[in-house]
Design a protein around this ligand. Structure first.
Ligand SMILES: [Zn+2]
Length: 220
């Protein structure tokens, strides 16, 4: 027997402006700032900047960087930001992902970083971002088995050779509800421009009435 499928066009009816929502506690539109590869040399200044703007962010930390600076890890956690896992040693997953032992290497890289983070903060991270945004079907399954949720980003370019003014304009353009922005606060090279770009992003967010929230809040 053929089933009859009825399509109902609701689009025009479901667009309710935020102000007209019945439940009093209305949530402001939000986006997420995420910082990878730290903690690093600028992390302390970044915390001050975020604090002064009442912004919350997510830090994807490397186990190796956490062991090198457990005090800064603790400070980031104490300031109310979310600490997430970025593996231990930022290895080349486009190569490891082709190997037969990739799941074991992943488990080891994730657990080592997790141990360092738990030791510094007392809290187990639940979100994972792979180095260089590596992803694959096997990886998504393996990440779930390890008890993590994988999270990449909507916009990021601070590792490219784009001139800073142009780069800043691109980040500012990406400040939109639901977006996840990626910058770096660690990883060797000077990261001073992360502070300047973050300030520009927060100016734009204030102008648009967008709240910078932790990734666990945005993904809820
Ligand atoms: Zn990274």
């Amino acid at each position: 027997m053929l089933k009859r499928i009825v399509f109902i066009a609701l689009a025009a009816l479901t667009a309710v402006p935020a102000a007209a929502q019945p439940d009093g506690e209305k949530q402001r539109p939000a986006f997420a700032l995420t910082y990878d590869d730290g903690p690093g040399a600028i992390t302390e200044d970044l915390l001050k900047l975020l604090e002064s703007r009442k912004a919350k962010a997510t830090f994807f930390m490397l186990g190796s960087a956490v062991r090198a600076n457990p005090e800064m890890t603790k400070k980031v956690h104490a300031a109310g930001h979310l600490i997430a896992n970025h593996t231990d040693a930022h290895r080349n997953w486009f190569r490891i992902g082709k190997g037969a032992d990739r799941e074991q290497v992943l488990a080891s890289e994730v657990k080592k970083a997790e141990e360092a983070i738990v030791k510094a903060t007392g809290e187990r991270p639940k979100i994972l971002r792979m180095p260089n945004g590596y992803t694959a079907p096997w990886l998504r399954e393996a990440v779930k088995k390890l008890g993590y949720r994988a999270a990449n980003w909507s916009y990021g370019s601070d590792w490219t050779k784009t001139p800073e003014d142009k780069m800043t304009a691109e980040y500012v353009k990406a400040v939109r509800a639901g977006n996840v922005l990626l910058l770096h606060d660690g990883g060797g090279r000077s990261r001073e421009k992360t502070l300047r770009i973050t300030a520009a992003i927060l100016d734009e967010a204030a102008r648009l009435g967008l709240e910078p929230v932790r990734l666990d809040v945005l993904l809820k």
